[in-house]
Design a protein around this ligand. Structure first.
Ligand SMILES: NC(=O)c1ccc[n+]([C@@H]2O[C@H](COP(=O)([O-])OP(=O)(O)OC[C@H]3O[C@@H](n4cnc5c(N)ncnc54)[C@H](OP(=O)(O)O)[C@@H]3O)[C@@H](O)[C@H]2O)c1
Length: 394
C-alpha cells in the first residue's frame, strides 16, 4: 500500500488521479490533498477519500474550509494553509508518491521538495521542470527519487524507451523523438481571424478536457514549446533531435525513432487516466477506467509539420531552450502573465506571443545554476511582461 499526496487535487489532473486511485483502494492510500482556493471541490474530495491532511493555499479561504471540516464527520483531519504547507505535505514520511499537478510556477517548490526527499514524483506540472531545468534533474538524481512523466506525450516517450529506462538519461540507440501535438482549436482558422478569438473559444480544446491555462497554451502551441523543453530535460535530447508533429486525431501520443529505423509509438484514447495509471502502476500496469481504443473508428491518422507563422510560441520555445540559462524560465514566466491577461480579456490572443517575444528580448541567457537565480529571473520576467502589457494597452 503506497501513500499518495496529490498537489493540485481539485484540477483536471487531480480529479483524474483520484478517479484512478478510487479504482485501486488496495494499492493506494490518499495521505494529502491540496487546492488553491476551490474549497467546495476539496471538501467533497476529502469526504470521499479521507486524507490525513488537506492544504488550502489561499489563507483567506482556509478559515472557511476549517469551519466546514469542523462541522463534518472528518473533523480529525489536519488542515494546513499557505504555500509552505505544500512542501510540508509533499515530504511527509508516509508519502511514497507525489502527483505534481499544480498549474504553473506555483508548483515548483513543492515538486522540487518532493524530488529532494526522494519520493516517486509523477510530473504533470511541466512549468516546474521548464523553470528549474537541471536543478530539478540534479535533485532527482542526488536523492534517488523516481521521476515518471504524466504529460501524455512524455509518458508515451517513456513507454517507448528501452526496458529499465531511467528519466534524465540519453537512450543511446534513440536518435529522434517525434513529439505529437493536436494542433489545438485554431489549426485551420484563417490567420486574420486569430486576433479576435475569445478566451471561451481558446479553452474549447477539440480532443482534451483540461484546465484553462494549459488549454490556452495548446491553442497557441506554447504547450508544445514547454513540452519540447521538458522532453530535452527528461530524455537528455538536443532540441534538434525532437520533431514536433501535428497529429489532429491525438491517438498516437508520441514516438521514438531508433537507429535501426524502428519507430515505436504509444497509442490510446485521449484520456489522461492512461498516463496517470501507467505511472501509478509502474513498472506494472493496472486498470485506468479508459475505454479500449476502437482502431476501426479511428480509421485513419494525419501528420503535419507545424506552421511557425501560425504558432510563433513554438518558435520562441525553440529559441529559449537553444539559448539556455534563464531563458526557459523567462519564456515560462512571460507566458503565464500573457495567458492570464488574455483570459482576463486585457490582451488579444495574438498578443500572447508578442508579449513573450518582447519580454525575452529584454533578457540575456544568464546562468540558472541556483534556485535563487531561477526565482529572481522568474520574478523579473513577470514584471517585464506586465510592463509590455501596459505598453501594448497604452
Ligand atoms: N489537464 C491535462 O490534461 C494536463 C495534461 C498534461 C499536463 N498537464 C499539466 O498539469 C498541470 C495541471 O493542469 P490542470 O489542467 O490539471 O490544471 P487545473 O485544472 O487548472 O488545476 C490546477 C490545480 O492547481 C491548483 N492551483 C492553482 N494555482 C495554485 C497556487 N497558486 N498554489 C497552489 N495550487 C494552485 C488548483 O487549485 P484550485 O482548484 O483551488 O484553483 C488546481 O488544483 C499543469 O502544469 C498542466 O500543464 C495537464
Amino acid at each position: 500500500m503506497k501513500g499518495i499526496c496529490i498537489l493540485g487535487a481539485t484540477g483536471s489532473i487531480g480529479v483524474s488521479t483520484l478517479d484512478v486511485v478510487g479504482r485501486h483502494p488496495d494499492l493506494y492510500k490518499v495521505v494529502a490533498l491540496t487546492a488553491n482556493g476551490n474549497i467546495d471541490g476539496l471538501f467533497q474530495q476529502c469526504m470521499q477519500h479521507r486524507p490525513e491532511y488537506a492544504v488550502v493555499v489561499d489563507e483567506a479561504k482556509a478559515a472557511d474550509f476549517c469551519e466546514k471540516i469542523a462541522a463534518s464527520p472528518i473533523a480529525d483531519m489536519s488542515v494546513l494553509s499557505g504555500p509552505r504547507a505544500l512542501e510540508q505535505v509533499a515530504t511527509l514520511a508516509n508519502v511514497d508518491t507525489v502527483m505534481a499537478a499544480i498549474v504553473g510556477a506555483a508548483g515548483l517548490l513543492p515538486t522540487l521538495a518532493a524530488a529532494k526527499a526522494g519520493k516517486t514524483v509523477l510530473l504533470a506540472n511541466k512549468e516546474a521542470l521548464v523553470m528549474s531545468g537541471q536543478i530539478f534533474m540534479q535533485a532527482v538524481s542526488a536523492s534517488g527519487a523516481t521521476l515518471l512523466p504524466i504529460d501524455s506525450e512524455h509518458n508515451a516517450i517513456f513507454q517507448c524507451m528501452p526496458a529499465n529506462y531511467v528519466a534524465g538519461h540519453r537512450a543511446k540507440q534513440a536518435r529522434r523523438i517525434l513529439l505529437t501535438a493536436s494542433g489545438g482549436p485554431f489549426r485551420k482558422t484563417p490567420l486574420e481571424a486569430l486576433p479576435d478569438v475569445t478566451p471561451e473559444q481558446a479553452v474549447a480544446h477539440p480532443k482534451w478536457d483540461m484546465g484553462r491555462k494549459i488549454s490556452v497554451d495548446s491553442a497557441t502551441m506554447m504547450n508544445k514549446g514547454l513540452e519540447l523543453i521538458e522532453a530535452c530535460l527528461l530524455f537528455d535530447m538536443e532540441p534538434d533531435d525532437i520533431q514536433v508533429v501535428i497529429h489532429p486525431q491525438s491517438i498516437i501520443h508520441s514516438m521514438v525513432d531508433y537507429v535501426d529505423g524502428s519507430v515505436l509509438a504509444q497509442m490510446g484514447n485521449p484520456d489522461m487516466r492512461t498516463p496517470i495509471a501507467h505511472a501509478m502502476a509502474w513498472p506494472e500496469r493496472f486498470d485506468s477506467g479508459v475505454a479500449p481504443l476502437n482502431i476501426f473508428e479511428v480509421a485513419h491518422m494525419d501528420f503535419e509539420q507545424p506552421d511557425l507563422q501560425r504558432f510563433p510560441c513554438l518558435k520562441l520555445a525553440y529559441e529559449a531552450i537553444k539559448a539556455g540559462g534563464i531563458m526557459p524560465t523567462v519564456l515560462n514566466a512571460a507566458n503565464e502573465i500573457a495567458v492570464d491577461a488574455f483570459l482576463s480579456e486585457k490582451v488579444r490572443f495574438t498578443d500572447i506571443a508578442l508579449i513573450i517575444e518582447q519580454s525575452m528580448a529584454r533578457f540575456a541567457p544568464e546562468s540558472a545554476d541556483t534556485l535563487d537565480l531561477v526565482l529572481a529571473a522568474d520574478r523579473k520576467a513577470r514584471d517585464v511582461a506586465e510592463q509590455v502589457i501596459q505598453a501594448l494597452s497604452a
